[in-house]
Design a protein around this ligand. Structure first.
Ligand SMILES: [Mg+2]
Length: 229
């Protein structure tokens, strides 16, 4: 009997690499809104955004714009996030690693695949569409109007119809994706392309290692489950 039913992936720097150059995508939006935007604006914008993400109680589009307006002394309107999402959707590498597509294709035959990302669902769905990866996923969960990962509310979206022990979470953040998932009873797997976290045993550095690692974890969970029963 299969223990793992659902495999959930983080998006940025797990499925799709993130580059800080992507923040330059605010330029056309600012221009459209008649606002000045130079390198200093971008760096202030990034720092205000990161500050909001780490301190906000609930992640909302209006919360972000208010926080940025306050820090940059500007007046972005309520449409800013949806306008920026259109630009962010284009921020994907020219070619997604074939190892990622191959691993997802293999895993999608056996498991239900989800995405759990610390950003707005619609915006991230567009990036998955443009990268050609959306077809492997049955659901994309964001953090619209809830707390960021690893909150109970964010992980609870994965657990509406499966038990935590039937779910695994894969991501590049040890705190948010691995230990965060474990706090909710979900087995966490670390994507560690630079093999930095030598201490965490359930890690992989290349997506071509992932299907076999999942098989090993499946076997381990099966034995553990048998002992418990
Ligand atoms: Mg990530």
């Amino acid at each position: 009997m299969k223990i793992i039913k659902r495999i959930c992936f983080d998006l940025d720097n797990t499925l799709i690499p993130w580059s800080d150059n992507n923040y330059k995508s605010i330029r056309p939006v600012f221009k459209n809104l008649g606002l000045h935007c130079d390198n200093d604006t971008i760096s202030k914008f990034v720092s205000a955004l990161q500050d909001y993400i780490t301190t906000c109680d609930i992640f909302t589009a209006s919360g972000i714009t208010t926080h940025i307006n306050m820090n940059l002394n500007i007046n972005l309107n309520d449409d800013f996030i949806s306008m920026w999402s259109e630009e962010l959707a284009k921020c994907i590498p020219k070619k997604i690693s074939p190892a990622v597509s191959l691993a997802l294709e293999e895993l999608a035959e056996k498991y239900e695949l989800y995405v759990l990302t610390d950003w707005f669902k619609e915006s991230q769905e567009k990036r998955l569409i443009n990268s050609g990866l959306i077809k492997y996923f049955s659901k994309v969960c964001g953090i619209d109007n809830i707390k960021t990962k690893p909150s109970f509310e964010s992980y609870n979206q994965l657990l509406i119809d499966v038990k935590p022990q039937n779910c695994v979470m894969i991501g590049d953040s040890l705190n948010k994706d691995v230990l965060g998932a474990a706090n909710h009873g979900i087995f966490g797997i670390l994507y560690d392309p630079q093999y930095k976290n030598q201490d965490y045993p359930y890690a992989f550095g290349n997506f071509n290692e992932l299907p076999e690692l999942i098989e090993q974890i499946e076997e381990m969970l099966y034995i553990k489950n048998k002992i418990v029963c």
